[in-house]
Write a protein that binds this ligand. Structure first.
Ligand SMILES: *[C@@H]1O[C@H](CO)[C@@H](O)[C@H](O)[C@H]1NC(C)=O
Ligand SMILES: *[C@@H]1O[C@H](CO)[C@@H](O)[C@H](O)[C@H]1NC(C)=O
Length: 277
C-alpha cells in the first residue's frame, strides 16, 4: 500500500520535473537552437561584412573588409546585390572608389576578413577560445564528438547534428567527415608547430604570414607552412617534434592514410612462383 503510494508520488514528482524542465529551461535552449539552425541555413554574409548606403545614394561605397572590390548604392538608397570586383592585381583607389593597378608603395590591400569571405573556411572555435563577448551566440566544437556542438551564450547548450549530416565544421553540420573540426589545423599562436590532421608524418609551422594572429584572428594553416618529418620519423604533438618513437603514428582524418604506402609505383614486388614437384 505504502510502496504503491510512493511510486505514485514518485511518478507525480517525475511528471512535475519533466513538466518543469520542458517549460522552464529549454525555452532559451530552443531559441538558441533555432537561431543557430537559421544561421546555418543562411548563406548570406554577416551584417558587418556589407557596407552601408546611408548618405551614399547613387554612389560608390567602400567594402569594409576588402580592398579589391567596391559596392554601388542605387538611387533608391539600397545596396546593389553584387560588389564590383577589380581585375586581378588591381585594387580600389580609396579616394575615387575606382579600380587601379596596385602600385608598389601605395596603400597595401587590407587582409580580407575571413569572416566576410565565404570562400575561406571558418576556423572552428573551441570553448577556451569562445569570443569574449556578452552578446551573440557562438557555436563551438566538441573535443571528442564530431556530431555534437555547443553554443556559448550565457548558458552552455549541446546540440546534436542530424544523422544525415553528422560532422560539425565550425559553422554547420555537414556530411563530409574531413570537414570535422578535429580535421582543422588551426594556428592560434605564432611560431608554433602543430600536427597535420591528414598526415601524422607532417606538421605545420605557424608563421602568421598574413598577420591574422597579430590581428586577433586564428587561421587555418596553409600549404606554405607545411613540412614533413625526416624519413622514419613522425610528428609528436605532445613535444612538438618529429621523432622515431612517435612511429607508428595515427592520422586523425582522411581515412586512407596507409593506402598510399602500398600504391607507390617505385616498389616492384618480385613473386617467386611456387613450383610443386
Ligand atoms: C531599389 O531598387 C532596386 C533595383 O530596382 C530594387 O531591387 C529594390 O527592391 C529597391 N529598393 C527599395 C527599398 O525600393
Ligand atoms: C595569405 O594571403 C594570401 C592571399 O589572400 C593567401 O593566398 C595565403 O594563403 C595566405 N597565407 C596565410 C599563411 O594565411
Amino acid at each position: 500500500m505504502a510502496s504503491s503510494s510512493s511510486v505514485l508520488q514518485c511518478l507525480v514528482t517525475l511528471t512535475c520535473l519533466v513538466l518543469v524542465t520542458q517549460t522552464a529551461v529549454p525555452q532559451s535552449y530552443r531559441s538558441i537552437k533555432t537561431i543557430l539552425l537559421n544561421r546555418a541555413s543562411e548563406s548570406k554574409l554577416p551584417e558587418q561584412c556589407l557596407p552601408s548606403c546611408e548618405g551614399h545614394t547613387a554612389d560608390h561605397v567602400r567594402d569594409p573588409s576588402r580592398c579589391d572590390q567596391y559596392w554601388i548604392c542605387l538611387p533608391n538608397g539600397t545596396l546593389y546585390e553584387q560588389p564590383h570586383v577589380c581585375p586581378a592585381g588591381w585594387i580600389v583607389n580609396i579616394d575615387k572608389l575606382v579600380c587601379e593597378p596596385e602600385i608598389e608603395g601605395s596603400e597595401q590591400c587590407n587582409i580580407p576578413d575571413p569572416e566576410c569571405d565565404p570562400s575561406i573556411p571558418k576556423v572552428c572555435f573551441h570553448k577556451d577560445t569562445c569570443p569574449d563577448r556578452d552578446e551573440g551566440i557562438f557555436p563551438y566544437a566538441d573535443e571528442d564528438d564530431c556530431s555534437v556542438y555547443h553554443a556559448c551564450h550565457f548558458a552552455d547548450v549541446d546540440i546534436k547534428c542530424d544523422p544525415a549530416t553528422p560532422y560539425f565544421n565550425g559553422q554547420e553540420c555537414v556530411d563530409d567527415a574531413n570537414q570535422c573540426c578535429k580535421c582543422q589545423a588551426v594556428c592560434d599562436l605564432d611560431w608554433t608547430f602543430i600536427p597535420d590532421p591528414f598526415d601524422c608524418h607532417s606538421y605545420y609551422l605557424c608563421q602568421d604570414l598574413n598577420g591574422s594572429i597579430a590581428g586577433g584572428k586564428p587561421y587555418i594553416a596553409t600549404d606554405e607552412e607545411k613540412f614533413t618529418c625526416p624519413e622514419g620519423e613522425a610528428f609528436d604533438a605532445s613535444t612538438g617534434l618529429c621523432s622515431k618513437s612517435a612511429e607508428p603514428c595515427d592520422t586523425k582524418c582522411g581515412g586512407n592514410s596507409f593506402t598510399s604506402a602500398y600504391t607507390t609505383s617505385a616498389t616492384t614486388m618480385i613473386f617467386t612462383p611456387i613450383v610443386s614437384h
